[in-house]
Structure formats: C-alpha cells, structure tokens
Design a protein around this ligand. Structure first.
Ligand SMILES: [Fe+2]
Ligand SMILES: [Fe+2]
Length: 228
C-alpha cells in the first residue's frame, strides 16, 4: 500500500538545498507525479536496483564522451571527475542494497533514457551538444526525485528508510549542480542559443515523466505494471 506522508521537501531540506531544488524544478518544468512516488515507496527494492543501474550508466555515459571526444581536454577532464563521482554513488547505493539484502540484477533499458537518446542529432557539433543537454535533463530529474522521495522515506517509521532519506538528501547536495555543468559544457561548444533546443527536449522529457509507463524505474512515468 502507498505510504502517506505529511511533510513536503520544503520542511526537510536546508535553505541552500531548497534554492538548488528551485533551480532544478524551474529547469525541468514539471514535477514527479504522486502516483510514481507512491509506487517508489511501495517498491524500494525495484527503486534501488534501478538507482544502482542509473549511477553505473551515468559513469558510463561520461566515459563514452571521453572516448568519443579525446581531443576536447576540458570535456575529458570534467567527465573523468564526474565518472569517478558517479561510481562512488554506485558503491553507496550498493551498500544500501546489501543492508536490505537486495540482490542486484540486470535491467532492460528504461523508456526514459532510451527515448531521450533518440532525439540526439547525428551530425557534429549537434551530436555532442544534444548528448550534453540530454545528460542535463537526466541529472536534473534524478535530483528532483531524490528531493521528492525524502519526505516519503522519512514517514514510513523504518530506520532503514530514514537512512535512505538521508542518503538521498546528500545526493541532492552533491549532484544538484551536475545538470548546470552539462549545460555550461554545451553552451561553450555551441555558436547558437540553446534555448529552442532545450524547450524541445523539455517537452519530450516532461511527457516521459507524466505519461503512464509499462514498467517502474527510477526515471519512469507512473507505472501501469510494477516490474522489477
Ligand atoms: Fe550519481
Ligand atoms: Fe550525477
């Protein structure tokens, strides 16, 4: 059964985190539907398995850019740092899974990331710019969901869930600027305004977050079925 909660993130985050969250929310445009949050707190095992996968994929995506653009020293330096940070997050998620005796497992690709990636143009420099902008949306949505989960996880009466709420609050603090880093990198590599492209990608992203989804995932829409 979904767990009720009485507090909003505003009451459970520090002022600097609230300012960061406001920036994230204004970038994204729409918030995570309550139906997704209800599914998440009712299926924390599936949430954590997919969260572990997301951290691995974030590191892999950063490294993929390093392989594709070795001549771009600034990009490679920042992606290397990001990949290490994301792998540390994977280790932290894995520790929470171990404490809960959740077995990691392979997952099929989520609708969210695979759909967004189809909008990456094929020709350079647009391919790199779009990859960076898609990365920005994925990062921002992750943080918006970390923050949205905090009050729900704080309200279950479980110590393990309180620890997970603390972890997600900490991830918001350490990841909350990642999306801005991706946008800055894209802006520095584009000789045109990115606003029209951001608006197009935002419309796609918002639909993926709001429309009912076949499966429950960290970045899914409200799930019609709760698959692991
Ligand atoms: Fe991360
Ligand atoms: Fe990140």
């Amino acid at each position: 059964m979904p767990v009720a909660h009485n507090a909003s993130p505003d009451q459970m985050l520090s002022a600097p985190l609230m300012a960061m969250l406001a920036d994230i929310k204004s970038f994204l445009g729409v918030s995570t539907p309550t139906l997704w949050l209800q599914a998440a707190v009712s299926h924390l095992d599936a949430l954590l398995v997919d969260h572990a996968q997301c951290e691995k994929k974030a590191a892999a995506a950063a490294m993929q850019l390093m392989f594709r653009y070795p001549q771009d020293a600034e990009l490679c330096r920042r992606m290397s740092k990001l990949a290490r940070e994301e792998l540390r997050h994977f280790e932290q998620v894995a520790a929470h899974m171990q404490a809960r005796e959740i077995q990691d497992r392979q997952q099929t690709a989520s609708r969210y990331a695979s759909s967004l990636k189809t909008y990456i143009r094929k020709d350079e420099p647009h391919r790199l710019i779009d990859a960076l902008l898609v990365g920005a949306f994925i990062e921002a949505r992750s943080c918006e969901r970390f923050a949205a989960l905090v009050p729900w996880l704080s309200d279950t009466g479980s110590t393990a869930d309180l620890e997970l709420a603390d972890f997600y609050r900490g991830l918001l603090a350490s990841e909350g600027r990642h999306f801005r880093h991706y946008i800055e990198l894209a802006e520095a590599r584009a000789d045109y305004s990115l606003e029209p492209r951001l608006a197009e990608l935002r419309a796609v992203e918002n639909t993926l977050v709001i429309a009912p989804d076949d499966t429950f995932r960290f970045h899914s829409g409200p799930p019609m079925l709760l698959a692991g």
